[in-house]
Design a protein around this ligand. Structure first.
Ligand SMILES: NC(=O)c1ccc[n+]([C@@H]2O[C@H](COP(=O)([O-])OP(=O)(O)OC[C@H]3O[C@@H](n4cnc5c(N)ncnc54)[C@H](OP(=O)(O)O)[C@@H]3O)[C@@H](O)[C@H]2O)c1
Length: 239
């Protein structure tokens, strides 16, 4: 393999057993990184991703609990980069959202991103080379989706938190965000997604590889690029 700037870099990807996280893990492994695969419940799928990533180590943790995040980072050890990817998605009329519904989303989508980044940053700030953090957000953090108000709030939080973290931990750590548009897997044939497809200027859905491209960019870009957001949606938010 030709030289890659990610060769030998230790990178933790949360929620890497399936879908987008899996695509990111496989891409980074193919770029020479030493990936660390986190999963919540999907142990078999995580083992399969590990097999595709040179038997990379896998780690289980419920990220909605800070104590589990702390244990995860103790087990994983020092990192060069973190990709915060694991998140939840629910559709609920905002008039019906309960405290439990709110906490279900925010404990993972926003709180866990913060505390994972905090754990990573504490290590990276001690290292001469610093580190990089990429937060996977969503176009739901930019657009206003009436049946996903609680989810939109969590993803808008990720986007702005990225900017504040970038300032807090500069110059040693770059912190950037990638906002996917519609990246369907098994749900691609559903009517709402087909409607989105018709609206998308790129005339196709996004893929896990599209997101992995943007993550790879931030993990290899000049450290001078920090606090930024890249929308990967085939132009959907332009419409
Ligand atoms: N797919 C899209 O169209 C789309 C669009 C916009 C943004 N995004 C964002 O892109 C990222 C990946 O999307 P995706 O569709 O691939 O996600 P996904 O399949 O819904 O979730 C990814 C993984 O997150 C893990 N996870 C969720 N809550 C967890 C918790 N409390 N503790 C530990 N693990 C937890 C799950 O792991 P286990 O299966 O192991 O339990 C799951 O496999 C997410 O941040 C999502 O918000 C996706």
């Amino acid at each position: 393999m030709a030289f890659s700037p990610l060769s030998g870099k230790k990178i933790l990807i949360t929620g890497a057993a399936r879908r987008i996280g899996k695509a990111i893990a496989i891409r980074l492994h193919n770029e020479g990184a030493l990936v660390r695969i986190h999963y919540g419940n999907s142990r078999e799928e995580a083992e399969a991703v590990s097999a595709q990533c040179g038997n990379a180590p896998i780690y289980q943790a419920d990220l909605s609990k800070v104590s589990e995040i702390e244990r995860l980072f103790r087990e994983v050890g020092p990192l060069d980069a973190l990709v915060n990817n694991a998140a939840r998605f629910t559709k609920i009329d905002p008039l019906l959202v309960t405290e439990a519904d709110w906490d279900f989303i925010h404990s993972t989508n926003l709180k866990a991103y913060f505390f994972c980044a905090q754990q990573a940053a504490r290590q990276m700030l001690q290292s001469t080379d610093g580190g990089r953090i990429v937060n996977i957000s969503s176009i739901g953090g930019i657009e206003a989706w009436p049946e996903y108000v609680h989810y939109c709030a969590s993803k808008a939080g990720v986007i702005h938190m990225t900017r504040a973290m970038a300032r807090a931990w500069a110059p040693k750590i770059s912190v950037n965000s990638v906002a996917p548009g519609a990246i369907p897997f098994e749900e691609a044939d559903t009517e709402p997604l087909q409607q989105l497809l018709h609206k998308t200027p790129a005339q196709r859905f996004g893929t896990g590889d599209d997101i992995a491209d943007a993550v790879t960019f931030y993990l290899t870009a000049p450290q001078f690029i920090t606090g930024q957001l890249t929308i990967v949606d085939g132009g959907l938010t332009l419409v």
